[in-house]
Design a protein around this ligand. Structure first.
Ligand SMILES: [Zn+2]
Length: 321
């Protein structure tokens, strides 16, 4: 079984933890919790509890764990282990997620952006492993929208000067538009993500409906929901078109709960807009024969957690506390 690491992921609506070994054959003690706390102190307590429960359920002792991979959406401060996740139910300011985990469990902690872990998981175990492309992208459409980019030749994640890039979910698609979870306005994810369709539904129809309900009723041809889902797909085509123009990945893998659960309504509609040959360069500049392959992740909702484990096992980029 070899080396074992703990993997932890926090998103905008759930936290997950598990133990992964060198063979990545299984996630031991997988624990998933909905974020229900309304303040950062309780949120932090729930995180530590989630990891403790993983240790209990897996029947491994802390002694057997060599390090911990911690991934989150939002902005990391890799020097002090604080992160500012953008879509939590409470107002977000820097939270000592990695720092507290390190202090509590006294193990080296490797930090990374969630989508960077996602792209690494795709390259190691998913569509990216089978692909001949050099540049692989992983796009999550969940509570927010995020992109991870990987250069297979250099074995490098592209993350900009301070490790925060590419935050494409916060590209402006409407000046002074709908409010985004980050505090800005008119950002792509405030239209195209799970939270985005909720915003759009309220804006267009003046009523609130959950993202799950919107996608499900749209699938059953409900006109009001379909209108919203199609509008969101247009914004997603704008965002994906910008990614293709700016980075030209050879393969772009899609993940996130709305993509997995409502594949046709999210991925299907977006793919049709992007790949429609009659809409000449409507969303993209790249020539048709050079367009990336667009796929949905086969790893499912555990892909980012697997990536978190891979980051700790490979000591990837060595952003360590
Ligand atoms: Zn934003």
């Amino acid at each position: 079984m070899g080396e074992k690491v703990l993997a932890f992921e926090t998103g905008g609506s759930t936290i997950l933890s598990g133990i992964i070994d060198q063979e990545y054959s299984k996630i031991y003690g997988l624990n998933k919790k909905k974020i229900i706390s309304d303040n950062k102190r309780d949120y932090m307590k729930d995180i530590l509890l989630c990891i403790e429960e993983t240790l209990k359920q897996s029947s491994f002792s802390l002694k057997e764990i060599t390090s911990i991979g911690v991934v989150s959406a939002g902005k990391w401060n890799f020097k002090n282990g604080f992160v500012t996740p953008p879509n939590l139910p409470f107002r977000t300011e820097p939270i000592p997620v990695a720092k507290r985990i390190q202090k509590n469990f006294e193990k080296p902690v490797y930090m990374e952006n969630d989508v960077n872990a996602g792209v690494l998981a795709e390259v190691l175990f998913g569509h990216g492993k089978k692909s001949d492309s050099r540049y692989i992208g992983y796009l999550t459409i969940s509570s927010g929208i995020g992109l991870g980019l990987y250069d297979k030749q250099k074995e490098e994640i592209f993350s900009g000067e301070t490790g925060q890039a590419p935050e494409v979910g916060h590209n402006v698609v409407e000046k002074n538009g709908l409010k985004c979870g980050c505090g800005g306005r008119g950002h792509w994810e405030s239209y195209g993500s799970g939270n985005g369709v909720v915003n759009l539904y309220e804006k267009i129809h003046g009523e609130k409906m959950s993202a799950k309900e919107i996608y499900e009723t749209a699938f059953e041809d409900d006109e009001k929901s379909l209108e919203v889902v199609e509008k969101a797909a247009e914004y997603n085509a704008i965002g994906v078109g910008q990614i293709i123009n700016a980075y030209q990945p050879g393969l772009l893998v899609f993940g996130g709960t709305p993509v997995f659960k409502s594949k046709e309504m999210v991925f299907g509609k977006l793919k049709k807009l992007i790949e429609n040959p009659t809409r000449n360069h409507e969303y993209t500049y790249i020539d048709e024969e050079n367009m990336p392959e667009l796929r949905v992740s086969e790893l499912g909702e555990k892909n980012i957690l697997l990536g978190a484990g891979a980051i700790a096992l490979k000591k990837f980029n060595d952003k360590r506390l």
